[in-house]
Structure formats: C-alpha cells, structure tokens
Design a protein around this ligand. Structure first.
Ligand code: GDG
Length: 443
C-alpha cells in the first residue's frame, strides 16, 4: 500500500454543513477514503455545496479539508450547466439532448483551474492526487503543468461514451487532453476504458494508461445496519403498513432520467392493466430521491413520473391500499436498509448507469438470503452480478417478462441466486476498490 500522502479532489467535500456543524456525507466513497487520508496525512479538496461559500481550510475527524469556492453563477454554468446538462446526458448514451454553451464551458474551465491551483499549492511533494469524476476532467493537465512530482489518478463514476458520441462535444480535444495529464484513469467497466482509449487515439494520437476498477460499497457497515433489531422491526412495520401483500416490488433511485423509472412504472402499469399482476396481492414502492431540481430535463422527468403514479393509482388502488407508493424524498440510511429487507423483488433498471450501488446494497442487506434482483444490462453492476435477472430496460416486453420472472421465481432458485450475488459483493468491497486503484497507480 502506498505511503505517499494522498490528496483527493472531488466536486463535493466529504462533509455537509448542518445547523449542528459539519457531518460526514453518506456514501461508501467517503467511508473508504477518509481512513486512507487520515493515515497518509492527506487532504480532500472540494466544494461545500453552498454557493459563494468562501471559507478557509479546516479539519474534520483528523482529515484536512480544503474548500473550493463556487459562485452562484458558477453553480448554474459549471455545475447545473456544463457538468449536468452537457456532460451527464452525453456520457449516458445521449438519453437527453445536451446543451452546448460557451458560457457554461468557460465556467467549467474556471472552476477546474481553481481546483488545480489549490492542488498545486497544497499537495505535498511526491503526493498521490486522486481526482474524481466528470466535473473535473481538465484538472489533471492543469495540475501536471505546475507539478511534475505528483502522481495523478482519475476515476470516472459515470460511463465514458463511445467515440461517436464523444465527438459531438465542441470541446472534445480539450477534455481528452485534460485527462491525458493522468498517470492512470480508472473506469467502472472495461468497455468504458476501451472507449476512452479510442477517443485518445482519435484526438491525441496517443493513449493514457487506463483500466476497469468497478466500485463497490461498505459491506461491513451495511451488513451491520441490516442485522440490527431496529431494522428487522422497522421492516416488519413497513410490511404491515403496506397491507401484508404477497409480493413487494421495490425501486430506489435518484430521480434521474438515466435510471429508467418511468419505463419501469409503465411496465408495472401494463402488468396491472392486463391482469398479469394483481394489486390485491402485490404492491410497489418507488423511492425517487430529489436531485438537480434546477435542470429542466429533471423537472420534465419528475412531471412524467408523477403523472404515471397518478394514472396507476387512480385505476388500480383500493381505499387504504395504493397499488404504488411513491416517495419523492430522501430517506435515512436505516429506513432505506429496512426497505431493502422489505422488497421481495428489487427492480434496478437504469437505461445507462456507471455502476449502480443500489443493486449491491440490496443483495448485501438480504441477510435472510431471499429476494430477487432484476438488473439492467446497462448498469456497470451487470458485469459482476450475473445471477440477477438481467434485462434490457429499453425493451418494454423484456421489462414485463423480467418483473414477472422475479415475482414468480421459486424459493430455491431465489436463494441460490441470492447466495451467489451476496458472495460476489462480499468479495470486493469499497476499501478493496480504493486499495486496488491506488496500488496500480503507485506500483
Ligand atoms: C454515481 C453513478 C455509481 C439513494 N436514495 C437515497 C439514498 N440513496 C443512495 C443509495 C446509493 C446512492 O445513493 C446512489 O448510488 P448509485 O450508484 O445508485 O447512483 P448515483 O447517485 O447515480 O451515483 C453510479 C456511483 O456514482 C458510484 O460510483 O454507481 O453509476 O451514477 O448509495 O443508497 N441514500 C439515502 N436516502 C435515500 O433516499 N440515505
């Protein structure tokens, strides 16, 4: 393992401001990285998530944090604009039209330069700088220009598109060159690494070292929450409140058009409409966590989903028994884990997803060894979770079939598949992921 100091750069700092002070943000990435930073005397560089928040460096739980300020205009142009309305749709199979705006690009360059300047000034000599995700693709080259002594690694949490799509980007050469400043670029799937190599060959005439490092979750933490008495009791209460149905179908996603929520709801609707599923016997819960509400594609997606929820419940609910429970809310992790334990068929059907941690969380928390995972082939997790019911979510008939397969699967098959899925996730948790990437970068 590396003994060089580690510096992480990500759009967001690993803490969130609350009235009571700074709290660590949820998520396996934070939990995996903080001990490594603490042990190596490293720093995390990122935005606090609050516009015009101009505060100096501080320490949290033994880790140094360096805030990067982002103005209100930059939140619109760099974050909502270039990151989430240009790059996000383009890198997810162009599922929505990207905007291409010079103003957004200029803000993206300025914020990336600010990150690179902070890194150049604070990285100890011979540090390992690990840059995360699509918000910061120009940072490696900008940092390399100022610091020749540091090792620079980059990890993409989202897919990297095929060259045909990437070529649409008016700033494609600048972005490829930005990433080429790295010593190693990591992706979720090997197809993403192959796409990146084609882009580098096409635009730069040379390649950059890269590979697949599929991310995972904090298995020990999730298993501990799932094993808690509180969680079991909570899960039993949920089942009672849902009316003790025979089958609980479950979806948990950020409300994002990449997650295929409306396609999934339409499949459920058609199964109820033609009587294949009976709302007296099954119920669906869909959690859709609010996200990027300032971006128009998200506002439209929310309207479409809520229209469908109304149609489904209008036709198929009985008094006191909705056919579909829709929560446009962010739940506490304990509530989420209890829901995973309540869901008999977990439906994870993104149209495109870098990895999808919900799929891994679901199987990890199924300590009872039961439950069915229906999983999109278009999620990175499909490379590993081969015993899920794999489905092409672009195909409405296939989606219907996959859901019915999940509902009707016999107990012995459910348990055999779940045992194998749990084994796969247990064998590679998020700590192992970070260690593998850093070992390759420093080795
Ligand atoms: C990006 C890539 C890649 C969701 N709702 C609630 C909640 N969550 C948590 C889940 C899970 C996380 O958020 C979502 O992770 P995903 O992987 O499913 O998706 P993205 O947010 O799109 O993440 C993705 C990931 O980065 C990591 O590299 O896998 O492909 O798109 O952990 O549990 N957590 C709580 N309440 C909620 O309501 N507490």
């Amino acid at each position: 393992m590396t003994i060089r100091p580690i510096v992480v750069a990500a759009n967001r700092l690993p803490v969130t401001r609350t009235p009571a002070g700074w709290n660590p943000s949820p998520g396996g990435l934070v939990r995996a990285m903080l001990p490594l930073l603490r042990a190596s005397g490293g720093t995390w560089v990122g935005w606090t998530g609050i516009a015009d928040d101009d505060i100096g460096p501080f320490e949290h739980d033994g880790v140094k944090l360096q805030p990067v300020s982002v103005s209100a205009a930059e939140v619109q142009d760099y974050y909502e604009g270039f990151a989430n309305d240009t790059l996000w749709p383009l890198y997810h199979d162009a599922l929505r039209e990207s905007t291409y705006s010079v103003r957004h690009w200029d803000a993206y360059v300025a914020v990336n330069q600010r990150f690179a300047d902070h890194l150049a000034e604070l990285a100890p000599s011979d540090a390992v700088v690990w840059v995360h995700d699509y918000h910061l693709q120009l940072v490696p080259q900008m940092l390399r220009r100022r610091r020749d002594d540091v090792l620079i690694g980059f990890f993409f949490h989202i897919p990297f598109p095929p060259v045909e799509l990437f070529m649409r980007l008016p700033w494609r050469t600048e972005i490829a060159a930005g990433l080429a400043g790295c010593d190693l670029v990591g992706f979720q799937r090997s197809i993403n690494a192959a796409n990146f190599t084609s882009v580098c060959e096409e635009l730069l005439g040379r390649t950059t070292r890269c590979g697949a490092y599929p991310i995972s979750i904090d298995v020990a933490e999730l298993e501990a929450i799932a094993a808690g008495r509180d969680t079991r009791q909570r899960s039993n209460r949920y089942r009672t409140r849902l009316g003790e149905p025979e089958v609980v179908l479950l979806g948990v996603d950020r409300l994002d058009y990449t997650k295929g929520i409306s396609q999934r709801l339409r499949a459920y609707q058609s199964l109820l409409d033609d009587g294949t599923l009976d709302a007296e016997r099954c119920v669906m819960v869909q959690v859709a966590t609010p996200t990027r509400e300032g971006v128009e594609h998200y506002q439209n997606e929310r309207k479409e989903i809520e229209q469908l929820v109304g149609e489904i419940n209008g036709v198929h609910s009985r008094l006191g028994h909705p056919a579909l429970h829709y929560l446009y809310q962010s739940l506490a992790l304990e509530e989420l884990v209890a829901l995973y334990r309540t869901g008999d068929v977990m439906i994870v059907t993104p149209l495109r997803d870098g990895m999808n941690l919900v799929a891994k969380e679901y199987v990890t928390t199924r300590l009872d060894g039961d439950g069915v995972l229906v999983l999109s082939e278009f999620a990175g997790a499909a490379d590993e979770l081969l015993d899920a019911v794999l489905v092409n979510p672009h195909d409405p008939a296939a989606l219907r079939t996959a859901i019915v397969t999940g509902v009707e699967m016999h107990r012995h098959e459910r348990r055999a598949r779940m045992a194998s899925l749990r084994e796969v996730v247990r064998a590679s948790d998020v700590q192992g992921w970070a260690e593998r990437f850093l070992a390759e970068l420093t080795g």
